[in-house]
Ligand binder design. Structure first.
Ligand SMILES: Cc1ncc(COP(=O)(O)O)c(C=O)c1O
Length: 338
């Protein structure tokens, strides 16, 4: 029986699914993933995830397409990124095949939570990987738990595709150069909360600059930055930012529409030369920026109150692939007929 969910009211919030999927790693071996209704862990208080932050996570989505088929977007890239995050934190990486099996099982067991086509809502998966060995002495554990938590989420833009504004932060560094910023690990987010919550309190999202010089654009809260300058798609090169799968996809699409794509250090002042700017990530695909305020210099960089034409086109092109409305020439989606 279909769940009584008002798909139009879902935001980016957790809705309890029927099942989560789990697989443990013990004595050097991964278990087969299994589905369980129990959303609680029996975890030792000295587990390395709690004591030393041995934790990594991911985020990806399943889409009910215009043709009724289900598409999961680039999950192998999420599996690879989680393997890099795991290696970065001395965690046992989850093999790609196991990652895929767990996502598929989480989908099959929660079909009532997959939003219908036309609502704009999707089924989000949050894979989580934690160290569970009890340890008092500082060091990594030997036991791990891989968990996939599904949750339906609403369309990022329930109404119109709209703009957000950012404030420049120079007081809190999210991640050090060559630190953990390139990995998707909980510590990066906890360490950014002081800055992001202060920005929210002032009505902004937070634009992080590079931690060494506070000169170059690093990340837009929990998303990559994109700028459009003439026919150029610009995005930061930094050892402290997460390699976004959405950004990678948009770069491919930008090249296909004849744009020059450049990944390099981007000075904050270069915003003045850009016609469009945005944050990008799985949740929003593209979140256009209307202004960036630099409080120390009292400068506001403005990009207009309406999303610009290039980013609007890229947004629709990627969404059309995800919802099966356009040909998936890059085999980015895996199709499931459940
Ligand atoms: C810090 C950070 N940067 C960028 C992104 C965007 O990455 P993706 O496009 O793979 O979702 C995310 C979201 O996962 C993020 O948390």
């Amino acid at each position: 029986m279909m769940k009584e969910i008002d798909w139009s009211k879902l935001g980016f919030h957790y809705t309890e699914p029927d099942y989560i999927v789990r697989a443990g790693y013990h004595n050097g071996q991964w278990e087969e993933p299994y589905a369980t209704k129990d959303k609680f862990l029996h975890l030792h208080v000295s587990a390395t995830c709690l004591q030393y932050g041995q934790e990594a996570f991911e985020g990806l989505k399943a889409f009910r397409g215009v043709d009724g088929k289900i598409r999961i977007f680039r999950w192998r890239e999420n599996a690879k990124r989680m393997q890099r995050s795991a290696e970065g934190l001395y965690i046992e990486p989850v093999p790609t095949e196991l990652f895929g099996k767990a996502i598929r099982l989480a989908l099959e067991k929660n079909m009532d939570f997959l939003p219908p086509y036309g609502t704009g809502a999707t089924l989000y998966f949050r894979p989580l990987l934690i160290g569970t060995t009890p340890r008092l002495g500082v060091g990594p554990g030997r036991d791990f738990e891989f968990i996939v938590i599904p949750s339906p989420i609403g369309p990022y833009y329930p109404g119109k595709f709209h703009c957000t504004h950012f404030i420049v932060n120079r007081h809190v560094d999210r991640a050090a150069p060559f630190g953990t910023g390139q990995f998707k690990v909980g510590g990066n987010y906890a360490s950014s909360f002081r800055a992001t919550e202060a920005a929210h309190a002032m009505g902004y999202d937070c634009l992080f600059l590079d931690s060494k010089y506070h000169r170059y654009i690093d990340e837009c809260s929990a998303a990559n930055f994109i700028g459009i300058k003439g026919n150029e798609y610009l995005t930061p090169r930094s050892s402290a930012i997460l390699p976004s799968i959405t950004n990678d996809s948009l770069m491919t699409l930008a090249k296909e529409r004849g744009m020059k794509v450049t990944r390099r250090h981007i000075r904050l002042e270069e915003l003045a030369d850009m016609s469009e700017a945005a944050a990008c990530g799985t949740a929003c695909v593209i979140s256009p920026i209307d202004q960036v305020f630099d409080p120390e210099k009292n400068i506001t960089y403005s990009f207009g109150h309406e999303p610009g034409p290039v980013l609007t086109e890229l947004y629709h092109t990627l969404r059309d692939i995800q919802f099966g409305r356009a040909e998936d020439r890059h085999q980015w989606t895996d199709v499931f007929e459940i």
